[in-house]
Design a protein. Structure first.
Lengths: 702, 298
C-alpha cells in the first residue's frame, strides 16, 4: 500500500503548475516583429509546428513531473511490503554475541561489541508499540535479558549494558532461547536478528540447525555480521604448568603453546613471562600462517626470587605477548611448579642372545643423572608388581610380550592413581594379548597382527595432528613426514573410539602413534628391530613426547579445570581444616566444596570464575592453593563463518546486512514500509536531465 | 585615399549625409577614384566643358593648351551623344521599409539609384526612373541632361514605402510604356512569385531591353538571426506568424536560399543580370555591375 510519511509537504503540489503558468504567461507577452514577409515562415510552420508543439508539451510534462517528484520526495513516499504480517506487530528476538572475541579491535581501535550494540540499538529504536522484543546474549543467562518488552527505554538500557565477557559464545543455546521466546509469542510475525562476529568456531552444527529450524518455522532471520573478513590474531593458547630443564640440562624452560590465526607469518612475536613485576624470561617466536606449536622460553627462576617473590613450590606467572586485535588472548596465567624430574620405570624383557636396547634410556637420560628431566629406572615385567604412583610417574613398556595378571592389575591401579603409561610394541609384543586383554579400559585400540612393508620398502609415516604434545619437539605440519627413518613393520592397529587419537599414521592409514588420557602408544618398535628409528633425528623428541604426554595428563592443573566460566578447582594434598574460601580478581569471593579424589582432595568453588587471573583457595586463613584461570582459546580464532554456508539449505535463507545504515533502512522498510524518496529524487533528476537535453537540442540549431 | 573611398562606399556612412545629390556624388567620386581605368567611353565633337585630369584618364582628351598656359592638367569634355538609355525601377512596396540595423531597403535602393543616376548622367547616358508599388507608379522618362539629375533626386527623395508589391503587373505596364530599347535596372526585394517576376523580365527582354536586377535584401531576411520567440507581422499583408526563430532558422535559410536561387536561375534563363545586394553591402559592387553591363552593351 502506498502512503506518505510526511503528507504535510503535499501542500506544495500546486507548485507543479509553475511551468504551465510560465508557459502561458510567456505566450501572452510575445514581442511583435514586423518583417518583410512571413511567407517563408508560413510555409515552414505546418511541418514544424507539430514537432515544436510536441517538444513544448514534452518539456512542460518533464518540468511539471520534476517538481511533482521533488515535492513527493519531501513528503517521503513509502510502500508497504506485500506481506501483511510484516506490517503487523512482531515478536523480535535479538541475539547479541558478547563472547570474548567481540572485544577484538578493528583498525580504528574500536571493539566489535560497540558495533554490535549500535546494531542492537537500531533494532530497539525501530520497535513499535505493539512489538514484543527480547534480547539475549551468547554467553548470557538461560533466560533472555529482556523478555516481551515494548519499553524502548528499558530495552535501550539493556543493550547499552551489554559488554564483552571472558566466556566463549554458545550460539546454539542463544538461538534456542530465541526460538523458545518466539514460540511463546502470540504474535504472528516473528523476526530474529543475529548480531555477531560469526566466528566459525562458534557456529557449530547445532547452531546452524537451530537457525535453519527458525527459518523453516517462518521466522524472518536477519544476520548482522559485525565484521565480514578474517582478522589476524595470535594467541597464547596454553602453558605447561611445569618448568623443564633446558637444553643439555642447563637452565630452565617454560613451554607456551602459541598459535597464529592469520594468513601471514607472525615474525618475531615477543613473549615475556613475569612473576609479579619481575621479568623472569621470554623470547621471540616466529609463527607461520595458521601454525600452532609449543615454544620453549628460557626462564631465570632466580630473577623472580630476587624480586622479592617467594618461590618455594609454585609461583603465579603471567605470560604476555605483543598485543594485537584481540588483547584478551595475548596474556595467560599459570601457576608454575618448581622443576621436577619425571620418574620413569622402563620395563624390558631380557632375552637370551640379544643385548638389551638402551636407546630409550639414552633418549630420556643421556647423562644417567637425571639432568635431562627424567629419572629412568630399568626393570623387568616382574618390576611392574612393585609399581606405585609414589615411586614412578610414568611406566614405559617396551616390546613386552605380555604381562601377568597381577602385573596387569598393578598397571591399571597405577593408571587410576594418575600414573602415565607408555606402551611401545615390537616384534615380541603379542598383538592378541594387547588388543584383547591389556588395552580394554586403558586405550580404545584394537590390534590385528603385524603389518610388514613390502620387500625392500618402508612405511611412509606422516603427522596427522602436528600440534599434538607428543610431537612437541618436532616442527611439523599436517601430512609432513615424521622422520627420514625407515619403518619396515608395525603392529596393525585401529582406534575404536574418539578417545584414542591417532597422532601419527602411515600414508596407508595405519596408526603409528596413538594418544589417550594418561596413555601413549607407539605401534612400532623403539629399538632397531623394525627399522632404524633410533638412529633418526625424530627419535629423542618422539620418546620424550610419548613420556611427557602420559605424564602431563596426570597433572591436577588440567586445563579443563581452569577456564573462565567454570568454577575454579584446586587439588589439595591434605584435608582442609575448615571452610575453604576462594578469592579472585575483581573482588571475586566464593566458598568451595571439598571432596576426596583418591590421591587427595579436590576443592571446587561454588561460583564460576568470571575473569581470568589467579584464584586463591584459603582454608582457615591460610593459603591452601592457587590456581590460574584463563579464557577458552576457542575464542582466539576470529575466522568468520561464510554467510553462504549459513544461507544454504534454507527455504527462506537469512538475509545478511552488513552496515548499520543498511540495517536502519531495512528496519524502516519493515516497520514503516519501503521509503521511495530516493527513487522519486532520481526520477526528478532524470526528468530535469531530459528537459535539459531536449532544451539544449533545440538551442543547438544553426 | 583608398580608406576614404571605402568609407564613401559604405551605405551606413553615406546614409548619414544630408543631401541626396551630395551623397550620390560622393559615392560615385569615391568609386571612380578607386578605379584604375576611367569608365568613360563616349565620344563627341562638340566641346562642353573642362574637368580636372584624374589618373587613368586617356591623355588624348588632355587640353594641351591649358597645360602649356597654366601648367594644370584639364581634360576637355564634349557633349556626347549617348547610345544608352537606362531606366531605374525602384520598388516602393511596404516590405522595402524593413530595416534591421537602421538603413532600410528603400533607403539603400534610393541611395543606390541616386548614385547610379549620377554616374550615368556623368557618362552622358539618358536616365529615367520608375518608382512603383502595388497599383501605383510614377515614371520619369530617360534624359541625359545634367539638370535631369535634380528631377530624379526629387522623386527619390519623396519616395515612401507603402502598399503591397504587384511586381509583375507594374513591370508589365512599364514594359508597354517604354518603347525605346535600353537598360532596365530593377531595385527591389522581389517579394513576389518568381514565375511572375520571370514573366515580367521576359516582357522587357521581349522588348529588346537589357535587364539588370539588384535584389535588395536586409541581412536579417537571409540569416533570420532572431533569438526569442515572437509574433512576426508581414509588412505588406499584415499576416501574423508566431514562432521560435531558433527552431526554424535552418529550414528558413534553406528556403530563402532556394527562392533566391530560383530567381537567379530565371534571370539567367531570361538573359538578365542578377545581383543580390544586402543593405550592408558597399555600393561599389552594384556600380561595378552596372559598368560591366554597360561595357557589354556599348
Amino acid at each position: 500500500m502506498f502512503s506518505f510519511l510526511n503528507p504535510g509537504f503535499l501542500w506544495a503540489l500546486p507548485l507543479a503548475g509553475i511551468p504551465l503558468l510560465i508557459h502561458f504567461l510567456s505566450k501572452r507577452r510575445l514581442p511583435e516583429i514586423r518583417f518583410p514577409t512571413v511567407t517563408f515562415l508560413r510555409q515552414l510552420e505546418p511541418r514544424e509546428i507539430r514537432r515544436l508543439r510536441l517538444r513544448e508539451i514534452l518539456l512542460l510534462i518533464l518540468r511539471t513531473l520534476a517538481i511533482l517528484l521533488i515535492v513527493c520526495a519531501f513528503a517521503r513516499p513509502s510502500i508497504q511490503p506485500k506481506d501483511a504480517a510484516a506490517r503487523a506487530a512482531a515478536a523480535v528476538a535479538v541475539v547479541l554475541d558478547d563472547s570474548e572475541s567481540m572485544g577484538a579491535m578493528d583498525e580504528q581501535g574500536r571493539p566489535r561489541i560497540e558495533g554490535a550494540r549500535e546494531r542492537g540499538l537500531a533494532i530497539v529504536d525501530a520497535a513499535r508499540a505493539g512489538d514484543e522484543v527480547a534480547i539475549t546474549t551468547t554467553t548470557g543467562p538461560d533466560a533472555p535479558l529482556s523478555n516481551r518488552s515494548g519499553d524502548r527505554v528499558r530495552l535501550t538500557r539493556t543493550v547499552r549494558q551489554i559488554g564483552t565477557t571472558w566466556l566463549p559464545g554458545n550460539m546454539e543455546q542463544a538461538l534456542e532461547r530465541a526460538r523458545r521466546f518466539l514460540g511463546r509469542s502470540s504474535l504472528r510475525a516473528h523476526e530474529l536478528y543475529l548480531i555477531s562476529d560469526f566466528q566459525a568456531t562458534n557456529f557449530t552444527r547445532g547452531a546452524r540447525e537451530k537457525l535453519a529450524l527458525l527459518s523453516r518455522a517462518g521466522t524472518r532471520v536477519v544476520v548482522l555480521p559485525v565484521v565480514s573478513s578474517r582478522v589476524p590474531n595470535h594467541a597464547i593458547e596454553d602453558l605447561d604448568p611445569e618448568l623443564r630443564p633446558g637444553p643439555q640440562g642447563k637452565g630452565l624452560e617454560m613451554r607456551a603453546r602459541l598459535v597464529n590465526h592469520a594468513d601471514a607469518p607472525s615474525e618475531r612475536l615477543s613473549v615475556r613471562a613475569r612473576l609479579g613485576d619481575a621479568l623472569i624470561g621470554g623470547g621471540d617466536v616466529t609463527l607461520q600462517p595458521d601454525e600452532s606449536r609449543w615454544a620453549s622460553l628460557p626462564i631465570d627462576w632466580r630473577a623472580g626470587a630476587g624480586a622479592g617473590a617467594e618461590i618455594k613450590g609454585k609461583a603465579p606467572v603471567v605470560v604476555e605477548s605483543d598485543v594485537d586485535a584481540l588483547p584478551g588472548d595475548d596474556r595467560r596465567f599459570a601457576v608454575l611448579g618448581a622443576p621436577r624430574r619425571l620418574r620413569v620405570l622402563r620395563v624390558m624383557e631380557s632375552r637370551a642372545g640379544e643385548p638389551a636396547s638402551r636407546f630409550t634410556a639414552l633418549a630420556l637420560d643421556p647423562g644417567q643423572d637425571g639432568s635431562g628431566g627424567y629419572l629412568v629406572e630399568t626393570g623387568t615385567p616382574a618390576s611392574v608388581l612393585s609399581l606405585s604412583r609414589s615411586r614412578y610417574d610414568v611406566i614405559l613398556l617396551e616390546d613386552i610380550a605380555a604381562l601377568s595378571s597381577d602385573a596387569e592389575g598393578k598397571l591399571r591401579a597405577f593408571l587410576r592413581e594418575g600414573g602415565g603409561i607408555v606402551i611401545a610394541l615390537g616384534p615380541h609384543a603379542d598383538p592378541d594379548y594387547y588388543g584383547h586383554k591389556l588395552f580394554p579400559g586403558v586405550v580404545d585400540l584394537a590390534l590385528e597382527g603385524t603389518e610388514h612393508a613390502a620387500e625392500g620398502q618402508a612405511f611412509e609415516i606422516r603427522a596427522r595432528t602436528p600440534a599434538h604434545p607428543i610431537l612437541e619437539g618436532l616442527s611439523l605440519t599436517v601430512g609432513s613426514p615424521l622422520t627420514q627413518s625407515r619403518l619396515v613393520a608395525l603392529a596393525k592397529g585401529r582406534t575404536t573410539s574418539p578417545r584414542a587419537e591417532v597422532v601419527v599414521m602411515t600414508t596407508g592409514g595405519l596408526p603409528v602413534v596413538v594418544a589417550a588420557h594418561q596413555v601413549s602408544v607407539f605401534l612400532g618398535s623403539l629399538s632397531d628391530d623394525w627399522g632404524d628409528l633410533p638412529y633418526s633425528g625424530a627419535f629423542v623428541p618422539l620418546v620424550r613426547g610419548l613420556v611427557d604426554h602420559a605424564a602431563r595428563t596426570t597433572s591436577p592443573e588440567s586445563r579443563d579445570l581452569s577456564l573462565v566460566g567454570r568454577p575454579p578447582a584446586a587439588h589439595l594434598d591434605a584435608a582442609p581444616p575448615g571452610l575453604v574460601v576462594v578469592r579472585g580478581p575483581d573482588s571475586y569471593r566464593s566458598q568451595a566444596t571439598v571432596a576426596s579424589d583418591g590421591s587427595g582432595f579436590l576443592a571446587v568453588a561454588d561460583t564460576p570464575a568470571p575473569t581470568p587471573g589467579f584464584y586463591v583457595f584459603e582454608a582457615g586463613e591460610r593459603e591452601a592453593a592457587v590456581v590460574a584461570v584463563n579464557p577458552d582459546p576457542i575464542e582466539s580464532d576470529l575466522k568468520p563463518v561464510s554467510m553462504e554456508s549459513l544461507q544454504a539449505g534454507s527455504p527462506d535463507p537469512p538475509r545478511a546486512i552488513v552496515t548499520v545504515r543498511s540495517l536502519r533502512t531495512h528496519l524502516r522498510d519493515m516497520r514503516q514500509g519501503r521509503e521511495l524518496w530516493l527513487l522519486f529524487l532520481i526520477g526528478a533528476a532524470l526528468a530535469l536531465a531530459g528537459e535539459l537535453a531536449l532544451a539544449s537540442a533545440r538551442a543547438v540549431g544553426p | 585615399m583608398a580608406k576614404t573611398s571605402q568609407r564613401l562606399l559604405d551605405p551606413h556612412f553615406v546614409s548619414k549625409l544630408a543631401r541626396l545629390d551630395l551623397r550620390a556624388r560622393l559615392v560615385v567620386d569615391g568609386f571612380l577614384t578607386g578605379l584604375h581605368k576611367s569608365p568613360y567611353h563616349g565620344f563627341s565633337v562638340e566641346f562642353a566643358e573642362h574637368r580636372q585630369y584624374m589618373p587613368g584618364d586617356p591623355l588624348r582628351h588632355l587640353d594641351w593648351k591649358v597645360l602649356a598656359k597654366s601648367d594644370r592638367k584639364y581634360l576637355k569634355q564634349y557633349e556626347e551623344e549617348t547610345n544608352l538609355r537606362a531606366t531605374l525601377l525602384i520598388d516602393t512596396s511596404a516590405s522595402m521599409s524593413y530595416s534591421s540595423h537602421g538603413l532600410s531597403k528603400l533607403d539603400y535602393a534610393r541611395q543606390l539609384a541616386a548614385s547610379l543616376a549620377y554616374l550615368m548622367l556623368r557618362q552622358k547616358d539618358a536616365v529615367g526612373m520608375y518608382a512603383f508599388a502595388s497599383g501605383r507608379g510614377e515614371l520619369i522618362p530617360p534624359r541625359s541632361t545634367p539638370s535631369h539629375l535634380r528631377q530624379l533626386l526629387v522623386l527619390l527623395d519623396r519616395l515612401e514605402a507603402a502598399g503591397g508589391t504587384d511586381f509583375a503587373s507594374s513591370l508589365h505596364a512599364l514594359a508597354e510604356r517604354v518603347k525605346q530599347r535600353g537598360l532596365i535596372v530593377i531595385l527591389s526585394d522581389l517579394l513576389d512569385d518568381p514565375e511572375r517576376i520571370a514573366s515580367a523580365i521576359h516582357h522587357f527582354r521581349h522588348r529588346k531591353h537589357e535587364v539588370l536586377v539588384f535584389h535588395v535584401l536586409d541581412p536579417q531576411e537571409t540569416s533570420f538571426q532572431f533569438e526569442r520567440e515572437a509574433t512576426y507581422i508581414d509588412l505588406e499583408s499584415g499576416d501574423r506568424v508566431t514562432t521560435r526563430p531558433q527552431e526554424l532558422r535552418a529550414d528558413y535559410r534553406t528556403r530563402v536560399k532556394g527562392w533566391m536561387d530560383k530567381i537567379r536561375e530565371f534571370c539567367i534563363e531570361k538573359q538578365a543580370d542578377y545581383v543580390a545586394v544586402s543593405t550592408g553591402t558597399p555600393y561599389d559592387r552594384a556600380l561595378l555591375e552596372y559598368l560591366s553591363k554597360r561595357a557589354r552593351l556599348l
